[in-house]
Design a protein around this ligand. Structure first.
Ligand code: IPE
Ligand code: IPE
Ligand code: MG
Length: 238
């Protein structure tokens, strides 16, 4: 089976650069090329949803120069490469605390979203300034405010009601979460949504990621047995 939603923690740009005696920024630039290969591979595999973790809420704590470099790179790609995604019939969506970006970058984000809103081949969700705990906290605040206004009964609130308040509400939960660079952690990524996700950890640095890695991930996923807590006979009837 093809996963409906693949989510990728694109890690290892810094180590890739260091290993080559290059500046970190060269790693991030090479990482942007890997994004294009990953998107192409997702389209080829007919995966309908792809989320890419490009910038975490904690990444704001990096050196100001690196933060500036990363946001400039984002702005450049949104300005110059969205047309290519549009031509590929890709719809762009964004999750994360976008209010922390400057108005220029927020404008590019809005423009990209609007331009591609009606595309149908792949929904590409960019996680920018994203932290799962922040998103869950915001959802909890919204629920609490609605309860105070008397619009909802907290005792009757179920998991689906709560998830409606997350930024990911309109996307299916990820079936597969991939992390490159050899690290084996989620680093505050889709913590609610990953409850039953399959996890894959690759030893390749993100700038080296290509279509063959993606294809291998699809083969690996197809061989996994997802049970969702049930006995296998029932699970296989899903
Ligand atoms: C991932 O690469 C990209 C971002 C977090 C923006 P890193 O920059 O974290 O690369 P390493 O982990 O230092 O190798
Ligand atoms: C996770 O990578 C965030 C992104 C890939 C955008 P980090 O490099 O920031 O994560 P840690 O600090 O190693 O956990
Ligand atoms: Mg890293």
């Amino acid at each position: 089976m093809v996963p409906r939603h693949v989510a990728v923690i694109m890690d290892g740009n810094g180590r890739w650069a260091r290993a080559r005696g290059k500046a970190v920024m060269a790693g991030h630039r090479a990482g942007a090329d890997a994004v294009r290969r990953c998107v192409r591979a997702a389209i080829m595999a007919e995966v309908p949803f792809l989320t890419l973790y490009a910038f975490s809420s904690e990444n704001w704590n990096r050196a100001p120069e690196e933060v500036t470099d990363l946001t400039s790179l984002l702005r450049f790609y949104l300005r110059h490469k969205v047309a290519e995604l549009h031509d590929q019939n890709v719809r762009l969506e964004f999750i994360g605390d976008l209010s922390r970006f400057d108005t220029g970058l927020r404008g590019e984000i809005e423009r990209a979203r609007k331009l591609t809103a009606d595309n149908t081949r792949l929904t590409l969700i960019l996680a920018l300034s994203y932290g799962a705990r922040h998103d869950m906290l915001l959802a909890a605040k919204r629920v609490a405010a609605a309860a105070l206004r008397g619009e909802i009964d907290p005792a009757a609130l179920n998991e689906n009601d709560f998830a409606e308040h997350l930024q990911t509400a309109s996307f299916p939960d990820p079936d597969l979460i991939v992390r490159t660079s050899g690290e084996r952690r989620l680093s505050n990524f889709l913590l609610w949504e990953s409850a039953y996700a399959e996890l894959a950890f690759l030893d390749v640095m993100w700038p080296d990621f290509d279509e063959t890695h993606f294809a291998a991930l699809m083969t690996d996923f197809a061989g996994r047995e997802r049970r969702f807590g049930k006995r296998l006979a029932e699970a296989s009837a899903l």
